[in-house]
Design a protein around this ligand. Structure first.
Ligand code: TRP
Length: 77
């Protein structure tokens, strides 16, 4: 793979909202860490996502189940 594609992480992660108004916030990759995107999920909604050349971390506000290759974790409890 070449250039920016090579830093896209192949694995997907899954976030399932356990309450209304769960927010997933995308944080920028690189020297600065800034919010660049936010996504609201209502109870029961599921988002499947991937890290990219723009996003190296996410922050989750509210109660949600998070599934990654490292295992599962619950936020907001
Ligand atoms: N901009 C940071 C980076 O690309 C974002 C980040 C990734 C981060 N992991 C982190 C910020 C852990 C704080 C803690 O590295």
């Amino acid at each position: 793979m070449q250039g920016s594609e090579s830093i896209v992480v192949g694995e997907y992660i899954v976030v399932k909202a356990l309450e209304n108004g769960v927010t997933i916030i995308g944080l920028t990759r690189g020297k600065d860490t800034k919010f660049h995107h936010s996504e609201k999920l209502d109870k029961g909604e599921v988002m499947v996502l991937q890290f990219t050349e723009h996003t190296s971390a996410i922050k989750i506000r509210g109660r949600a189940q998070v599934f990654t290759k490292l295992g599962g974790v619950e936020s907001g409890s």
